[in-house]
Design a protein. Structure first.
Lengths: 697, 176
């Protein structure tokens, strides 16, 4: 049977076209139909009409489909990997996660909608194009002028007119960009609403909001346009379809931007499950991006890392390596740039300069002047700064009463002018030596009557640390209490190190006893390897609490730093110190810049490890600086810690850890800001002999 | 991504989406499978958004979309080793010309008209449409359902298509 004529029998030809599209013609008829198509324009136009009519009707029926349904996945069955995934998701994120599993199928639907017509080209657009072209030319010219981009053999043709200098090009670029921004804003305003939706919310439960930019409750079926942010709070859950046959389940605490760039979802934080069938699904996090075209994954985006578990198919992580089903990928943070760190420090310093100095009356600590002063000085604030001058005046005028304050005072004075303030540093040393407990620890301390109270000398000339001209010998004049705690003890070690650098000759028995204590009270071995420290030695109450049985990160780092200090002052190589090595092993195995690992157990037994996190970071910084190690195990401590700290800086420039990790403990923004600044600025100087005659300045 | 690229990208994407049915029909003519055609259309969308920086919105875009779609469709068929299913290259070249005539855009308005025109059809015709496009019945099942031969069922469909086309062309479905 030959194909009908499209002109004489259009209905029959149309029917043949539909049969052809549906592959319902016999082989012979197919050949006939193709011959008819090849023979005339009319046949081809009629075929195009038939195909378009069929397509339009399918579109229409799909557009009229009722309530939003989950996208249909290619595989209707549930293979074992999917079931395993569901089980894993259930374990990881709680029973609510089972809701995310697709149970019903629905016809595929268009992912995008076009509610607004395209903008009409106008004069502004023409100008904008010209300006963009000029900007491209400028960029090209600047690259040409930059030595690293210029090929050695490249020669400029002689017929070209003389080019502008790099400075002139930059100036022109700035001017054009300023005008261009205004023009683009005007064009955008003229264009009206955004034209394309990039995703659709399939279902919502609990507190889910869309920021566009105002915060409004999300609803099922809602279309998302480029740049919309979906936020799930508390136990809020949300299923979003960013592409046909692709879906993302967002759990509570997620912040995700859809269409921030085409085809991508940017997830700033939270947990999610992504699933796609023959569709590109690309998820970007602060640490990495991962993509899959036919897979299922669970991802947890935390401030310090992104953790991806592949449950089905294959996921490409970071654009470079494939992770197969059943495997995990843990992506560390991208190291912040130095410019970002400098800016964070600048903002933190500005805030700290105006901050009040808090007291801890329960421990007899009247203020934190020394801590603020040390943080400011190590952040590069000059001694001439009014706030620094005021704090220094207060510090010098105050009596030496408490271990923390005295140790930090010694650190400040050694830093500011160790020769001028050497007499005061010697008094600090006397206080610390006289307050050492019988077991080698320190506690909050009591004033000692054996201070010299000698006046400071004249200011040292010139920049940099002045050379120590004389040593001041300190002898132990009294015995301290029976025992103390490891937190005071670690700050005493820092203070003694400052005294040592300022030319104070400390009693060897004090240093040896302290070192002996740190070695004796180390706990272990840890199930993961290494040995750590806790607040005390795990025997009985200390400072009114029994929180001394569990090893935790901040105390381990603080203890390890102290041990390395004593090794240095006693001329022991810390690399050969078994306790120090075991401590480092613990830190490598239990490394976290987000949690103070073990803290929750030592406080209550069942709390999260969310206490004293900035205190922990500063303790880690000291270990890194003292040992010269850039990594603890596989972890680049500075890059990871700085990323977390930058992430947590508050809009006013300060830091304030919350929750505090101790029930009912109020926030401590001043202390946390000091810790953060000290970490970011790598405030701890490496251990080296500064005070012995002949040593470097 | 810069602001200006965003806007150009949106306009390009807008033009693509306003011709979705037209382009989908073209792809389907090549791959002859509606599900596969949707896959290819998504590929085209991805290609367009990836290359948005290199594309200038304008009159040449529909032709560009056709080229991208054809390339993606053939690539998909090749991956699936189903080249035999498609039309010869010369015929596709000729079809490109025929398809270009229909690249008007503005399909959402047309779909609205179409929706109203369907309401004017007889009950039997609407049932046929429902079976075919909502229940996604194949031609053979459709024919069994309405007790016709397969070809007669397709002829009935083609007549409905013609009636709808004429209704839309006259603008009869327009809201008062």
């Amino acid at each position: 049977m030959s194909a009908p004529d499209p002109v004489r029998d259009p209905d029959a030809f149309h029917a043949w076209a539909l049969l052809f599209l549906d592959r319902a013609l016999s082989r012979e008829e197919e050949r006939e139909f193709q011959a008819a198509l090849a023979a005339s324009d009319d046949a081809r136009r009629a075929f195009a009409q038939a195909a378009q009519a069929d397509s339009e009707l399918v579109e229409l029926c799909r557009a009229d489909a009722e309530a939003p349904r989950l996208p249909r996945l290619r595989s209707g069955r549930r293979p074992m990997t999917q079931l395993l995934w569901a089980a894993a998701a259930l374990v990881l994120v709680g029973a609510g996660s089972i809701l995310l599993w697709p149970r019903r199928e629905a016809p595929p639907r268009p992912v995008v909608a076009v509610p607004a017509p395209p903008a009409v080209p106008d004069a502004d657009e023409a100008e904008r194009r010209d300006m963009q072209q000029r900007l491209a030319e400028i960029e090209k010219e600047r690259r040409r002028q930059t030595p690293e981009f210029r090929k050695p053999e490249e020669k400029r043709p002689v017929e070209q007119p003389p080019h502008k200098t790099a400075e002139e090009l930059v100036e022109e670029q700035k001017k054009i960009e300023a005008v261009l921004t205004e023009k683009e804003t005007r064009i955008r305003e003229k264009a009206g609403a955004t034209v394309a939706a990039v995703a659709q919310i399939e279902s919502v439960s609990g507190a889910v909001f869309v920021l566009s930019p105002d915060k409004a409750p999300a609803r099922g079926g809602q279309l998302l346009i480029a740049g919309n942010v979906v936020v799930t709070e508390g136990d809020g859950r949300c299923v979003v379809s960013p592409a046909l046959r692709a879906r993302i389940e967002l759990f509570g605490g997620v912040k995700a931007t859809f269409g921030a760039s085409p085809g991508r979802v940017v997830v700033q934080q939270g947990k999610l499950i992504g699933q796609t069938s023959k569709r590109a699904l690309e998820i970007e996090t602060p640490h990495t991006r991962f993509e899959t075209v036919d897979g299922a994954l669970f991802a947890s985006v935390r401030p310090a890392w992104t953790h991806v578990e592949v449950h089905q198919g294959k996921v490409r992580v970071g654009g470079r390596r494939d992770v197969a089903a059943g495997q995990l990928a843990l992506e560390p943070p991208r190291a912040p740039s130095q410019a970002e760190i400098d800016e964070a420090i600048r903002r933190g310093v500005e805030w700290l300069k105006k901050a009040p100095s808090p007291a801890y009356d329960q421990f007899g600590i009247k203020n934190c002047d020394e801590f603020i002063l040390f943080a400011l000085v190590r952040a590069g604030v000059p001694a001439s700064d009014p706030r620094v001058a005021e704090l220094l005046k207060n510090v010098l005028a105050a009596p030496l009463e408490k271990t923390y304050n005295v140790a930090l005072q010694a650190m400040c004075l050694e830093e500011l002018d160790r020769v001028r303030y050497q007499p005061r540093v010697a008094d600090c040393a006397q206080f610390l030596v006289d307050n050492q407990c019988k077991n080698g620890q320190w506690t909050y301390g009591e004033p000692t009557p054996f201070l010299r109270n000698a006046p400071p000398g004249p200011p040292s000339p010139g920049p940099g640390k002045p050379k120590v001209r004389k040593l001041i010998q300190i002898r132990r004049m009294r015995e301290g209490p029976a025992q103390g705690d490891n937190s005071n003890a670690q700050y005493a070690a820092l203070g003694l190190r400052a005294c040592y650098d300022a030319g104070i000759a400390l009693p060897t028995e004090t240093l040896a006893l302290a070192r002996k204590w740190w070695i004796a009270c180390q706990f272990g071995p840890d199930p993961k390897g290494g040995r750590g420290w806790c607040y005390h030695d795990g025997k009985g109450k200390v400072n009114g609490c029994e929180c001394c049985r569990y090893v935790y990160s901040s105390m381990t780092a603080g203890a390890l730093g102290s041990l390395v200090i004593y090794d240095h002052m006693l001329r022991v190589d810390w690399r050969r110190d078994g306790s120090a090595q075991a401590g480092l092993e613990w830190m490598a195995n239990r490394f976290s810049v987000v949690h103070n690992v073990g803290w929750g157990k030592q406080i209550e037994g069942d709390l999260e490890d969310e206490g004293a996190r900035f205190y922990n970071l500063y303790a880690m910084e000291r270990v890194g600086m003292f040992t010269g190690l850039e990594k603890f195990g596989r972890h680049a401590w500075y890059a990871e810690g700085a990323a977390v700290i930058l992430e947590r800086q508050l809009p006013d420039g300060s830091w304030s850890d919350f929750p505090r990790g101790v029930p009912n403990e109020p926030p401590a923004p001043v202390e946390d800001t000091c810790f953060a600044l000290l970490f970011l600025g790598r405030a701890t100087r490496p251990l080296q002999d500064l005070a012995t005659p002949g040593s470097p300045k | 991504m810069s602001f200006r690229n965003d806007e150009i990208g949106e306009r390009v994407l807008g033009q693509l989406l306003s011709r979705r049915g037209w382009l989908l029909a073209y792809i389907r003519a090549i791959v002859r499978d509606f599900d596969l055609a949707e896959d290819v259309f998504q590929e085209v969308c991805l290609t367009v958004v990836r290359k948005r920086d290199q594309i200038t919105p304008g009159g040449a875009l529909p032709g560009y979309f056709l080229k991208v779609a054809r390339h993606a469709a053939l690539a998909l068929l090749e991956r699936k080793e189903r080249q035999a299913a498609t039309l010869p290259g010369e015929l596709l070249d000729a079809l490109d010309v025929a398809w270009s005539d229909g690249a008007k855009g503005g399909e959402s308005a047309k779909l609205n008209l179409l929706r109203r025109c369907i309401d004017r059809l007889s009950e039997g015709a609407r049932r046929l449409l429902r079976l075919r496009y909502e229940d996604l019945m194949s031609g053979k099942r459709l024919a069994d359902e309405i007790a016709l031969t397969t070809k007669s069922a397709y002829v009935a469909l083609s007549r409905i298509h013609r009636a709808l086309r004429e209704c839309v062309a006259r603008g009869e479905g327009a809201a008062p």
